[in-house]
Ligand binder design. Structure first.
Ligand code: MN
Length: 252
């Protein structure tokens, strides 16, 4: 089995190495990851400049691009054959609720699923990883990865895994939750008297909605959310069709 391992925290992050070591117990694990921290770049693809990939150790490539670039380069340039699985992580910090839309970790898995390759994004709800948290995460991902490869996933669908820090009570299949937004931009003054703005200043947590990723992780469960790439709001389609401007004849 051939596995592509990537992340958005960068090629030197401990979570990436732990995940690659875990995947190496299942087959050949090749790392293709950003050469620096590219967290919150979302699904960005680099089109206006060339990319470089440096093999810093055998089977470990550092790319001066985004996580989505890494998946593209890995699959179409650096790996000898198409991987059976793409895993992204282990991210430092959770990727749940609305945060998923910013996540480079999740977007790397999304990119793989667009290419028809089964993919898993893995995040740990801690900034610094304890040995125990890493062990919980890697043990679970090894078993999940085996089942994903064996059973496959539906088209355009991938798995987003979030692991709690501390005691783990089990696993729950969840839905994407909802973040509560607070004062998101900090305004301050630099030493030369000019204003600067810093995004992401305060975190006020998540709505406690039963069945969601954040609800499960906050109660000490591993959350596994199946995500898909089609963003259509099916529930609003029928209502929208009845808007005067969109009805038959409408304004045209
Ligand atoms: Mn990250």
């Amino acid at each position: 089995m051939l596995i592509l391992v990537t992340n958005d925290d960068g090629v030197y992050s401990p979570g990436l190495r732990a995940l690659a070591d875990a995947m190496a117990t299942l087959g050949d694990a090749v790392i293709v990851a950003p050469d620096r921290n590219r967290s919150a770049v979302g699904h960005a693809l680099t089109l206006e400049q060339p990319l470089r990939a440096e093999e810093i150790e055998p089977g470990i490539f550092a790319v001066d691009g985004t996580p989505t670039d890494c998946v593209n380069l890995g699959i179409h340039g650096l790996m000898m054959q198409r991987p059976d699985l793409v895993v992204s992580g282990i991210n430092s910090g959770s990727n749940m609720g609305d945060d998923i839309t910013y996540s480079g970790t999740v977007s790397a898995a999304l990119e793989a699923s667009l290419m028809g390759i089964p993919a898993i994004a893995v995040s740990l709800n801690a900034k610094i990883f304890s040995e125990a948290d890493l062990l919980t995460t890697t043990r679970f991902i090894i078993v999940l990865a085996q089942q994903v490869v064996k059973k496959g996933l539906p088209a355009d669908t991938f798995l987003n895994v979030n692991v709690p820090s501390g005691p783990c009570h089990g696993v729950k299949v969840t839905r994407q939750g909802k973040r509560r937004y607070g004062q998101a931009v900090i305004v301050n003054e630099d030493p030369r008297g000019r204003k600067y703005y810093w995004i992401g200043g305060s975190s006020v947590g998540f709505e406690d909605i039963p069945g969601t990723d954040c609800c499960a992780v906050s109660r000490g469960f591993i959350s596994v959310t199946p995500l898909h790439t089609n963003l259509t709001s099916d529930s609003f389609c029928e209502t929208l069709k009845n808007w005067p401007v969109l009805c038959d004849g409408g304004v045209l």
